[in-house]
Design a protein around this ligand. Structure first.
Ligand SMILES: [Zn+2]
Length: 454
């Protein structure tokens, strides 16, 4: 391993060049004008991997292609599936960028470009670590399969189908995904749980057209008033969600998990300061990470209806609508909660209005084993790289592909990333810390070795 680490140190400048090249492809998957850029980047990655000893191809998906590559010359060793995505988020508002999003610039040890962290800089560490093994030892310690998706930022529309169609090709022992981050620089982080997501569009309508509020106010139900009342009743005064049965399957936090919270190094006060709120719910008596990792939540993401222009207009609007999302935790079943939510809203809606519901997302929560041989291998690789025991965390967000990989391929995923909380993902001036990039590459080189003997 020492010679591989020395090789990586000698090639840091070249590896940064590799990153800059990748970042120059404007791979915005949401924008049809970038279709050829998407294809060019996919072909570039395929050729890059082929030139380094992988057998590589493009997998057609019905949308943007996925890149697939494999190196399978380690008989008897485990097979590792590395997942990443080469597409990026749109870049607007462009005027807020300090340098053009697809002309990567290095400032203060960080590279600024769209996709620097999410996810090009991160998945490239998997590739560069493999390259180091191949060049120094002429082989990898594990069999390695790599899939790079081109549609993650548009909801991975074709990924479940692509995994299903290529099940045999993608068969492996464990998956590794670097699409998350660390709590702070130099604090390696391993994630073992993600929340799921349910998302609804809710529409309440009443009169066939907008009415005069003097003529009809009080006589006819106002859809905006009704919808606000319904949303208000989804939570009680303590913030508990009122959907019947909502908490039935929520897995209680265990004692060792409570200890994780104590080790985080932040609490209610830091979150209050970071977000600018006057106070956290319940006076901040609950650790914010308990709320986001171990408990489900419900949020109205937006609400529209009626007159919102300047000055006064006395109108009784014909309709109102809202977007409502729920983050779900193990072992809540998204289909069950979806049905319970629909039934509850129907009950809350008075007969004076019509209710329409449309489900926009439905992804379940996931827990990966927090122990076991793959997790131990990851722990060891991170400790060797950062000289610190990794923090075990859950995440309040959702990475639906982790569930797809578990359900379709039957694989446990190791979720370890090198991004930092201030990397401005999906926002102007996205960055990636180059020290994290190099450390991540070294950690991946260690991880391949550790997985080989796990
Ligand atoms: Zn991502």
């Amino acid at each position: 391993m020492r010679s591989i680490l020395a090789y990586l140190q000698q090639h840091e400048a070249r590896n940064v060049e590799e990153l800059l090249t990748l970042l120059r492809f404007p791979t915005i998957s949401a924008d049809p004008r970038h279709e050829m850029d998407m294809l060019a980047c996919a072909q570039y990655l395929r050729d890059w991997l082929a030139a380094r000893g992988f057998s590589a191809e493009l997998l057609p998906t019905g949308g943007h292609p996925a890149v697939y590559a494999e190196w399978l010359a380690a008989p008897g060793a485990p097979t590792v599936l590395s997942y990443g995505h080469y597409d990026v988020q749109p870049v607007d508002p462009l005027e807020l960028w300090n340098s053009p999003p697809f002309s990567p610039m290095i400032r203060d040890g960080c590279v600024y470009a769209r996709g620097a962290d999410d996810d090009k800089g991160q998945f490239l560490t998997h590739l560069l670590a493999a390259q180091a093994h191949l060049e120094v030892r002429g082989r990898l310690p594990v069999n390695l399969k790599i899939i790079l998706e081109g549609e993650e930022e548009i909801g991975s529309v074709h990924l479940p189908e692509t995994l299903q169609k290529n099940r045999d090709k993608l068969a492996a022992d464990v998956a590794v995904i670097s699409d998350s981050g660390q709590l702070a620089a130099g604090r390696p982080t391993l994630c073992y749980g993600l929340r799921g997501l349910l998302y609804f569009q809710v529409k309440v309508s009443g009169p066939s057209h907008d009415l005069h509020s003097g003529e009809y106010g009080g006589a006819v139900a106002n859809p905006v008033n009704v919808l606000c009342g319904m949303i208000g009743r989804l939570q009680d005064a303590d913030g508990r969600i009122t959907i019947p049965g909502f908490y039935d399957r929520v897995r209680p936090m265990e004692a060792w998990e409570r200890e994780l919270l104590d080790r985080l190094g932040y609490g209610p006060e830091e979150v209050r300061r970071l977000t600018g709120v006057p106070e956290l719910p319940a006076g901040g008596r609950r650790h914010p990470a308990e709320a986001t990792w171990f408990l489900p939540s419900l949020d109205c993401n937006g609400i529209v209806g009626g007159y919102t222009g300047a000055g006064a207009k006395t109108v009784l609007p014909a309709e109102a609508s809202a977007k409502i999302s729920m983050r779900l935790v193990p072992d809540q079943d998204p289909k069950e909660i979806s049905a319970a939510f629909v039934a509850w809203l129907k009950e809350l809606a008075p007969p004076s209005v019509r209710l329409e519901l449309q489900q926009l997302s439905c992804a379940g929560p996931i827990l990966v084993p927090s122990q076991g041989r793959w997790m131990e291998a990851a722990r060891a690789a991170l400790k060797m790289t950062f000289n610190r025991d990794p923090l075990l965390v859950r995440m309040g967000g959702s990475i639906p592909i982790v569930l797809d990989i578990a359900e379709t391929l039957g694989l446990e995923s190791l979720l370890l990333g090198w991004g930092l909380p201030d990397d401005c993902l999906h926002a102007p001036n996205e960055k990636f810390d180059l020290a994290q990039f190099h450390a991540g590459t070294r950690a991946m080189a260690q991880l391949y070795d550790q997985l080989a003997t796990a």
